[in-house]
Write a protein that binds this ligand. Structure first.
Ligand code: WQD
Length: 354
């Protein structure tokens, strides 16, 4: 019998993954990371250990689609549970590269489920996305709303949830929790851990932060003609520390119910693109130039969480506000103007689709 419970975190060097690893290490989990660094820096692993003041049990640069290599990791460690983050996650890119998104996001999940079955690992927390709801008629949206994904990224997340639910129905003793995260942003307040996308940011907050630190000259605002108060997209931004805690709580509760369960993770408050730009300007004291451009294919006008289900189930919910998220993200960006690694040590830029 080994000491602490051991969790394998896929995508553990990524944005939400790295913050979740710190949260797990701080609460007496042992952690093994599997991450191919296609959208993360290996240096995030050093940051995780520095912030948590504990070592990872192991870290493997493995592509989840490589089942023999993944299986060898499970052979090497007595894994009790898995938290699965590894995925491509940019809406705009998914519209441009649908096959790559389905291959990576769904293929990795089925490979992981098969290897978990071969090693009789029966606990899975899956990091899903609010985008599965698409253009939900009623806002805030709760888990009973139908899934109506409007882009390949969102569709891939919804299909992963479906595969996981099908496996949970068939596999005795297997239980899974899928967390539909609503726009995780921010950073660990210490400035060592944050969001460090490769290349041009696909998401809003890191783009704003790079403009604030003068890595980019303006924020492209994708549309100001939506049916929202100021015409720009409204989202429920959630502090990444609240999202990380939710994944830890999901690990604690995943065995409460057999089968597969879905919960929203969000604040219940909506913020527009222009509001977020203004909030980041307040937090950074910097002018944040922006330009109104056309709508981004696959985008919806508004997406705000009804997170009562998880609050009723676990007695916890996201508490941090937009000012906290912007302050912490700015602290990280200021201390890491070019992210974790120098350009010379970054992996090559992703191949552009033909
Ligand atoms: C937010 C708003 C854009 C970039 C997806 C996933 C979600 C999460 C984050 C993983 C929209 C506008 C954006 C820019 C802009 N993924 N925007 N200029 O698409 O809501 O959510 O990514 O954790 O699960 O669904 O996030 O940050 O890309 O966009 O105007 O340069 O900002 O149109 O209204 P999104 P986003």
């Amino acid at each position: 019998m080994h000491g602490n419970p051991l969790v394998l975190v896929t995508g553990g060097a990524g944005f939400i993954g790295s913050h979740t690893c710190v949260e797990l290490l701080a609460h007496d989990w042992d952690v093994v990371v599997v991450d191919d660094h296609s959208n993360s820096s290996p240096r995030a692993l050093e940051r995780i250990e520095a912030v948590a003041r504990r070592k990872l049990r192991g870290a493997y640069a493995v592509d989840l689609l490589d089942r023999p290599a993944l299986s060898a990791v499970f052979d090497a460690h007595p894994v009790d549970a898995v938290v699965h983050f590894a995925a491509r996650k940019a809406v705009g890119e998914s519209v441009r590269m649908p096959a790559e998104y389905y291959d990576t996001n769904i293929g990795a999940t089925t490979a992981l489920l098969r290897v978990m079955g071969e090693h009789d690992v029966r606990r899975l927390v899956f990091s899903s996305s609010c985008s599965v709801y698409g253009d939900a008629a009623r806002q805030p949206v709760d888990e009973r709303a139908p899934a109506r994904p409007t882009n390949p990224y969102a569709q891939s997340k919804h299909l992963c949830e479906t595969v996981i639910a099908d496996v949970a129905r068939r596999r005795p003793g297997f239980s899974a929790l899928s967390l539909r995260c609503f726009n995780p942003i921010g950073a660990h307040p210490g400035g060592l851990l944050g969001e460090d996308p490769r290349g041009e940011p696909g998401n809003l907050l890191p783009y704003i932060a790079q403009v604030a630190v003068r890595r980019r000259d303006h924020v492209p605002v994708f549309g100001d003609d939506y049916a929202t108060p100021d015409g720009t997209g409204v989202r429920d931004y959630t502090h990444v520390l609240d999202v990380a805690e939710a994944h830890r709580l999901a690990l604690r509760h995943v065995a409460d119910r057999p089968g597969a369960t879905v919960y929203n993770i969000g604040t219940g408050r909506g913020t527009s693109v222009l509001d977020l730009i203004a909030a980041f300007g307040d937090a950074s004291g910097r002018e944040i130039p922006y330009r109104i451009e056309g709508r981004r294919p696959g985008d919806v006008a508004t997406l705000v969480a009804d997170a009562h289900a998880v609050r009723n189930a676990w007695g916890r919910h996201a508490t941090r506000g937009i000012a906290d998220m912007c302050r912490d993200a700015w602290t990280f960006q200021q201390r890491n103007p070019r992210g974790y690694a120098d350009p010379t040590t970054r992996p090559p830029e992703p191949r552009q689709p033909a």
